[in-house]
Design a protein around this ligand. Structure first.
Ligand SMILES: Cc1cc2nc3c(=O)[nH]c(=O)nc-3n(C[C@H](O)[C@H](O)[C@H](O)COP(=O)(O)OP(=O)(O)OC[C@H]3O[C@@H](n4cnc5c(N)ncnc54)[C@H](O)[C@@H]3O)c2cc1C
Length: 460
C-alpha cells in the first residue's frame, strides 16, 4: 500500500500527453524492490500504458563523500540495474549531478517521480528539478516508516516528544508494499547512459576524494543488506534489548550503511523484525525504537533545523553551559591529526577511531563515547563539533546521513536534557572510560577491533 501521506506534488505543471515513458528519478531509495516511489511510478505508467525508465545522476562531488562511499554505492547500483532489468525497467546512470541527469531524460516523460531525502543538498536538487522541468514532478517518501511531515510540523525536542506522535500512526504505516509488474518494458529503449559493468570498472573512472579508502568489511547492495538482516534476526535480535549497547558483543544489525544508501527499506526491516517468531517483545520493541523513533527523530531534525550541520543547531541551554566552561582546564588536548590517527592516551577511544577508519563503521555505544571525548580533548566546543562531523562523515560508511548530524549533535546536548554540572561539559552529559569498564568487557572490544581492522581496508 502507498499511503496518500507519502505522496507530494512538487510542482503544478501539467502532465505531458505525448510521452514515451514515466521517469523514476532514483536518488535516496537505491533499490529495485521495497521502494514506494518506484512502485508508484510503475502504477502510474501502467495506467498510461507506458514503460518506466529509471535515471540515476551520479555526481562525483557529493559533499564529503569518499572512495569508500562511492564503492559501496556503486556495488548497490550494479545490483539495482540487474534487478530492475529483470522487472522490465531500464536504469540509466549518468555521470552528472542529478538535476542535469533528470533534465536530460525528462523530455520523453509524461511525469517524473522521485523519492525523498532530508539533507539540504537533496532538498535543493528536488526544488531545482521541480522548478526547471515543464512536466509534473511527484515525490513519494520511501525511506521512513511514518512520513516525516505527518508526524510533526516542527522540530521535535527529543525522543520523548516525537515518540507518541510516531506511535499514533505507526501501525497504519507498518503495512507491506505490494509490487506491480510493469505492463510495458523499457529495457530495449535507446537512451544513452553509462555502461555500468562492474563497480570496479566505473570506480576507476571516477575522480572522487580518496582519503577514506575502500573497505572490505561491507559490500553494498540489496542482497547483502538482506543477508545482514537475516543473520541479525537469527543471531542477535533475541538478545538485542540486553546486549545491543555492549561494544564487545556484535549484537547489532549493522544495517545503517544499507539504510543510508537506500539499499534496504526501513519498512521491510521493521516488518521482518515484527514477524520474527520466538523473540521476546522487549527485543523487538528495543530495535524498533532505534529504527523508527530514533532514526525518524534524526529526519525530523534535518527537515526542520536549518543549522543541522553546525554548532548553531544546539539548544540554547547546551550552548550556554558549554560556553561557560569553554575555558576550563583540559587534562588532555589533541590536534585533529592526532585524533584522526588514533594517537590518544585512551585505548578504547583509539580502538573506536580505528574501527571507523579501517572498517567503515563504529559500534553505536562507542560513537557516543567517541563524540564526548572529542569535546573533552579539544580547546573549544565549536571546534570539537566540526572535528566530530568531519571525521564521522569522512570515515563512516553511513556518514552524511541525518543520523550523522543528529548523533554528533546529541553528544553536545541535542535531544538530551541538562545533567549535573561538571568541568568542561557544564550540564551536558559526560561519559567516562571507567563507566565503560564498569558496564562492559572492554578488552573484548579492543581485541575485536584488532581482528576486524586486519581485514578491513582495501587499497585501490
Ligand atoms: C556521535 C554519533 C555519530 C553517529 N553517526 C551516525 C552516522 O553517521 N550514520 C548513522 O546511520 N547513524 C549514526 N549514529 C547513530 C547510531 O549510532 C547508528 O545508527 C548505529 O550505531 C548503526 O549501527 P546498527 O545499524 O548496527 O544499529 P542497530 O542497533 O542495529 O539499529 C538499527 C538501526 O536503527 C537506527 N539507529 C540505531 N541507533 C540509532 C540512534 N542512536 N539514532 C538514530 N538512529 C539509530 C539506525 O538506522 C540503525 O541502522 C551516530 C551516533 C552518534 C552518537
Amino acid at each position: 500500500m502507498i499511503q496518500a501521506e507519502r505522496i507530494k506534488l512538487l510542482n503544478d505543471r501539467p502532465e505531458r500527453p505525448s510521452a514515451r515513458y514515466v521517469l523514476y528519478w532514483m536518488q535516496q531509495a537505491q533499490r529495485a524492490s521495497g521502494n514506494h516511489a518506484l512502485e508508484f511510478a510503475i502504477r502510474e505508467a501502467n495506467r498510461r500504458q507506458l514503460p518506466v525508465v529509471t535515471v540515476f545522476g551520479l555526481t562525483q562531488r557529493f559533499p564529503g563523500a569518499q572512495l569508500r562511499h562511492y564503492a559501496f554505492m556503486l556495488e548497490g547500483l550494479v545490483e539495482a540495474e540487474a534487478a530492475l532489468r529483470k522487472r522490465g525497467i531500464r536504469l540509466i546512470v549518468r555521470l552528472e549531478p542529478p538535476p542535469r541527469a533528470v533534465a536530460a531524460l525528462a523530455g520523453g516523460a509524461s511525469l517524473v517521480v522521485t523519492d525523498r531525502g532530508y539533507l539540504r543538498i537533496q532538498r535543493r536538487w528536488r526544488e531545482r528539478v521541480a522548478e526547471r522541468l515543464d512536466c509534473r514532478v511527484v515525490q513519494v517518501e520511501s525511506d521512513v516508516v511514518v512520513p516525516v511531515d505527518l508526524v510533526s510540523s516542527k522540530e521535535e525536542y527529543a525522543a520523548r516528544t516525537i515518540r507518541p506522535k510516531i506511535l499514533r500512526h505507526r501501525s497504519r504505516f507498518l503495512t507491506p508494499l505490494e509490487e506491480t509488474n510493469p505492463a510495458r518494458s523499457s529495457v530495449g529503449l535507446r537512451l544513452g547512459g553509462e555502461k555500468l559493468g562492474t563497480a570496479e570498472a566505473l570506480l576507476k573512472r571516477l575522480r572522487v576524494a580518496r582519503r577514506a579508502t575502500r573497505v572490505a568489511t561491507f559490500q553494498g547492495g540489496q542482497s547483502e543488506a538482506t543477508r545482514h538482516l537475516r543473520s541479525f534476526l537469527k543471531a542477535s535480535l533475541p538478545r538485542y534489548a540486553d546486549e545491543h549497547n555492549n561494544p564487545g558483543r556484535a549484537c547489532v544489525s549493522r544495517l545503517s550503511p544499507y539504510l543510508h544508501f537506500g539499499h534496504i527499506s526501513p519498512l521491510d526491516v521493521a516488518l521482518a523484525v515484527r514477524s520474527t517468531r520466538g523473540v521476546a517483545a522487549a527485543n523487538k520493541d528495543g530495535f524498533l525504537e532505534e529504527l523508527i523513533v530514533r532514526r525518524e527523530l534524526a529526519m525530523n531534525f534535518c527537515r526542520f533545523n536549518d543549522h543541522y550541520d553546525n554548532y548553531e543547531c544546539l539548544p540554547e541551554w547546551a550552548r550556554r553551559t558549554l560556553a561557560q566552561h569553554a575555558r576550563d582546564r583540559r587534562d588532555y588536548l589533541y590536534s585533529p591529526q592526532q585524533l584522526e590517527s588514533a594517537a590518544t592516551h585512551d585505548p578504547y577511544w583509539n580502538a573506536a577511531q580505528r574501527e571507523m577508519v579501517e572498517t567503515g563503521t563504529m559500534h553505536g555505544y562507542m560513537r557516543m563515547y567517541w563524540g564526548k571525548k572529542i569535546i573533552e580533548w579539544t580547546p573549544k566546543p565549536e571546534g570539537a563539533f566540526g572535528i566530530a562531523i568531519a571525521l564521522n562523515n569522512t570515515y563512516q560508511l553511513d556518514g552524511r546521513d541525518p543520523n550523522s548530524f543528529a548523533g554528533v549533535a546529541w553528544c553536545f546536548g541535542k535531544h538530551d536534557r541538562p545533567w549535573k554540572e561538571r568541568e568542561v561539559f557544564g550540564q551536558v552529559r559526560w561519559m567516562s572510560a571507567a563507566g565503560l569498564e564498569r558496564k562492559f568487557d572492554m578488552n573484548a572490544y579492543v581485541e575485536y577491533v584488532e581482528r576486524a581492522s586486519a581485514k578491513g581496508e582495501v587499497r585501490m
